[in-house]
Design a protein around this ligand. Sequence first.
Ligand code: MF3
Ligand code: CO
Ligand code: CO
Length: 296
Amino acid sequence: MMFRNSVKVGRNDPCPCGSGKKYKRCCLNSKTPKPVNVEKLYLEKYDIRLKHAKDVEGIRAAGRLVIETLDLMEENVQAGITTDQLNAIAHEFAIKNNAIPAPLNYKGFPKSICTSVNEVICHGIPGDRVLVDGDIINVDITHIYKGYYADASKTYFVGTPGPDAKKIVHVAAQSLKAAMKMLQPGKTIGDIGWAIQKYAEGEKCSIVREFVGHGVGFDFHEAPHVPHYGKKGDGIVLVPGMVFTVEPMINLGKAALFVAGDSWTAITRDRKLSAQFEQTFLITEEGFESLTPFEL
Ligand code: MF3
Ligand code: CO
Ligand code: CO
């Protein structure tokens, strides 16, 4: 799943100045290097589409609806409700606000949101499961609004949490917070994974590797991949205009998972708890802005 693209420009690569010539025939030996066309370089080298101000406005508006939907989920998560009822509430809210729930029919996904309870890591399909006191549930919302995508998720307690539930939800939330410290131009995709790994493994929890954060905005899943583990300084350098999610899935037991017979629901092999928080972030000149902001 992981791309480990080096940022080093090869002699035969397109020149970072955007001239279209090979680097060796252009700026490699030039004493007065031309300004680098970062937008063109990131598209050609990494397939990353940097976002302009009007795109950011669109994604931010989609993000506002995603957060309002998550708030609505929080109000409705309680013992006795089914995941299908949560799906219906989120779906109706999206439609009423002229948004389209992105998961519905995405690669055959049958519902409008993902609901992942307890040992379910992600991509749980809403159904007739009734929430009971002590459960934890991640609700993952992605809406399309005026053509723009925003993606965020939170894990909620149902009633009163036990110590294991408290621990994993806390570590998952603080994992995302640790990642946010790395969101600034000049840091790398590897720095994000490194920060999460250092924190979460320090808490004796494990990190899911099969699913990663992703570019988002023009489409549901764009380049780059954003692994939730990694080495300091590895991978693509963050530049202003990048919009991507960070969404660490943190397990109380081991990292190993299996996918259920429905070919979506990802479950911990050891059936221990898993939790996740996700936001959509913009890299800015100063650092970052969350386009789906909530407190952690
Ligand atoms: N929202 C998920 C993510 O964070 C993707 C869900 S894909 C679906 O990337 F098909 F399951 F909805
Ligand atoms: Co996502
Ligand atoms: Co999501």
